[in-house]
Design a protein. Structure first.
Length: 438
């Protein structure tokens, strides 16, 4: 889950140039299942508070699949810090797992390697059909107009988590709905001696996720409709500056957060050191750190004015995990059966409840368990006011280049250096120059 995986979903710091000549995934000698059609290898993402917890969650379900199908699944939970490089190595060497999880923001970049099985209508029919899945989740499975490179597995969205006691002590009766309200509330909280809002200023993925949402709220994007980088337009510059100004100008994000990159802001919130947290699907993480669900509220991420909705009122990126198959697996039939199992209604309810995520499968999402306070806001956000990050082949380089630009701007703010429109544009121009040629 995003709140556990720290910087990693967006720590896409390795160029996809290595993958340009990729030939595919699982093999008989490199961890695939060519030696036995009754065996699959599966790389799972680290969704829980530890790899051991993920193994505890997943192994009973894999045993269940083996009992039903006769196919044994060899599980490896791969840390987010290692996962992308492991996948890239597999795409270039031809030696990898049969099935794997990927952060959904990587879908288009990994699709461009040609290593993953395309989910055309025929393959979707084997797992119950494309229309079983929520449209927003399908929007983060690859380039529009091409067959998806993966299938949605867990869905997540950003929300505003707020400490009820700190709000009450500051005389605040409801969570802020707009950024102006959040800044005003933040100043009241700062005046009461508490930190107002946490951030992960050195976390590239967090930076990208937030400035993407701010850009949407300004009616802008980081890419043209043709998929070309467009980082220096006035609205994009204004959006990035608005986010960094929460530290630089408004003074409601502590300057120390400029160095945060490993979930420190979540820990600060769980320990009652700060009043608000913008995070995706944080409930399990907060619980693992001893914070009671009664101690905090969950509200939609603020917008510029009014209430969340479509278009300029976007208040989250479509976050989540997709499940994919290496197309040169020696057991494509078994791999497809496993994807069907993992995306079936029963497993979707079990796994998404365990991780406090949202099922991307419509029928499973309708379960009352996902109407609890910790998840109801996330489900509503995904349904009405979330947008997918750009599904372009250079998405990984975008995360690295722009994420680093925002990191540097936070560092400037923390050091007392002025964050101006010109300085923001200069850093974004440098980021755009780092993007691969079309």
């Amino acid at each position: 889950m995003r709140s556990i995986r720290a910087a990693a979903v967006g720590a896409v710091t390795m160029s996809f140039a290595l993958a340009a000549t990729a030939c595919g995934g699982g093999s008989s000698s490199g961890g695939g299942s060519g030696d036995s059609p009754k065996t699959l290898t599966y790389w799972a993402t680290n969704q829980g508070a530890s790899i051991a917890i993920d193994q505890k969650v997943l192994q009973p379900e894999l045993d269940k699949f083996q009992k039903q199908s006769g196919i044994k699944v060899k599980l490896e939970v791969v840390p987010w810090s290692d996962l992308l490089n492991r996948i890239l190595t597999a795409t270039t060497s031809g030696q990898g797992p049969d099935v794997l999880n990927i952060g959904n923001t990587w879908s288009a970049s990994l699709q461009a390697t040609g290593a993953l099985l395309p989910w055309d209508e025929g393959n979707f029919s084997k797992i119950g059909g494309r229309d079983r899945f929520v449209d927003s989740a399908l929007g983060s499975t690859g380039v529009q107009g091409k067959d998806p490179a993966a299938v949605p597995l867990y869905s997540m969205a950003y929300a505003l988590y707020y400490n009820k006691r700190i709000f009450a002590d500051a005389g605040i009766t409801k969570p802020p709905a707009t950024w102006d309200e959040l800044i005003a509330d933040g100043k009241k909280i700062e005046a009461s001696g508490k930190s107002a809002l946490g951030a992960e200023g050195a976390n590239l993925s967090e930076n990208i996720h937030h400035v993407f949402v701010f850009a949407k709220q300004h009616g802008a994007d980081f890419f043209t409709p043709e998929g070309k980088p467009d980082f220096t337009g006035t609205k994009v510059v204004d959006a990035v500056k608005q986010y960094v100004d929460l530290m630089a100008k408004d003074k409601i994000i502590p300057t120390g957060d400029a160095e945060y990159a490993q979930n420190q802001s979540v820990s600060d919130f769980a320990k009652g050191k700060q009043a608000m947290l913008l995070w995706q699907t944080a409930a399990a993480n907060l619980k693992s750190q001893g914070m009671s669900e009664d101690a905090y509220g969950v509200a939609p991420v603020p917008v510029r004015s009014g209430a969340p909705g479509t278009g300029a009122q976007t208040n989250s990126m479509v976050a989540g995990i997709n499940i994919a198959v290496f197309k040169n697996s020696h057991n494509l039939d078994g791999a497809t059966k496993f994807v069907k199992f993992m995306t079936g209604d029963a497993e979707q309810k079990i796994l998404n409840k365990a991780y406090t995520t949202i099922p991307p499968v419509k029928s499973a999402q309708a379960d009352p368990a996902f109407d609890a306070p910790a998840t109801a806001v996330l489900k509503q956000t995904l349904a009405t006011s979330a947008a997918a990050l750009p599904q372009v082949a250079s998405e990984s380089q975008f995360e690295t280049a722009v994420g680093t630009a925002v990191k540097d701007l936070f560092a400037d703010a923390a050091a007392g250096r002025a964050v101006t429109t010109d300085s923001v544009r200069a850093k974004l121009e440098k980021a755009q120059q780092q993007m691969p040629a079309a």
